[in-house]
Design a protein around this ligand. Sequence first.
Ligand code: NIG
Ligand code: FE
Length: 416
Amino acid sequence: MVDLCIYNISALYTMDPSLSSPDNPLGKISNAAIAFDKHKVVFVGSSTDAPTARSRLDAQQSILMPGLVDCHTHTLYGGSRSTEFAARLAGASYAEILENGGGIHSTVNATRNSSETTLMNAFKERLTQMIHKGVTTVEVKGGYGLSTESEARVHRLIKTHGLPISTVGTFLAHTIPVEWQSDRAGFVENIIHEQLPACMEWIVAADVYCDRGAFTLDESIQILEAAKNMGLKIRAHAEQVSHTGIAAAAARLGATTVDHLERCTEEDISVLSECGTVATILPGAQLYLKDTPPPTALLREAGVPMAVATDLNPGSSPIHDLWTCATLSCLVQGLTIPEAILGITRHAGRALGFPHLGWLGSGSSSDCILLRPPPGEPPILESVIQHIGAKKIVMVAKNARIMSLSHHLRSGFQEG
Ligand code: NIG
Ligand code: FE
């Protein structure tokens, strides 16, 4: 007898590559069940073959899929940049605001000056909203501290929220703070020898923003090489506002993902394809900055896996909903529906360097969600992704434990 079985699922989207085919790219099984034992997936298949279990949940014909993975966010920050939104609507550019001491700098000031309680309360509220939207793993970057003390505090908070969602901490060399602007080389040294070591306990990856108003290509490579030598996974904010060459350079250094890519070239793409690097695209930033899309048709042609993330931050992408980003990736970036769904599940896990995330099968993580399509729609992910704002997550299971269950399904839950 196994620990938990969820049965009577109308469509179980496994995202398992061994079950996918051109006709069934998401490894969908109809009239399905899934079972877990000792926090592992032990059965995925037809509902009629489901094993007996101590705890049983009747899914009442809802859709089951892996818990979502938001693989690029800046979810922990202080302050607000709503006035900057108004300035940008009136014509000011993101890079100009940053170069004039606003943008990221204003969030750095607010984050440094916020109490731990204030930062943690807002962070936990954002995470709770994500859980209710079906996200079970979220990458959270630092980069609004920009000093040893402030970065160490931010990264400790990122890992000590206590909520049923995995947070993957990433150090971000975000920009050069005002007090270091006359000694950029000194700041790079400070990152490498003080900030990164002070955060090591809390982080698994390092990221760098290589662009106008932030780090140069040489500085970025120096930081990523040092991080890699410390055993961290590496990644980059790449080719967003200007083309710098960081996408290809980071891929060659072994980056798991390079992100944004609005200005990446065909040559960059062939390097990503050679190196097996994921391209993470961020429709929220593209939309809010009124930018052009990354070259997704070329990425597809080159076989580069694409992930989709919210890039949740208070300036360039104040979007809290990964589902909305998946829909926008189809509408404004040219992804197909299966690409967008893999982008918020299995490919997002791969972008984080955690290939067990974002699919369901033997050896996968045990995070899954049940959802209902918008009212009157069939129980398929095509309906879920077509509509913005109308889907309903009715259950979230983290590591094979049911963490939230809507009242519709409570009568069908027998807890053993
Ligand atoms: O991914 N481009 C740089 N970093 C973030 C923006 C952060 C901010 O504006 O606060 C991004 O878009
Ligand atoms: Fe970002």
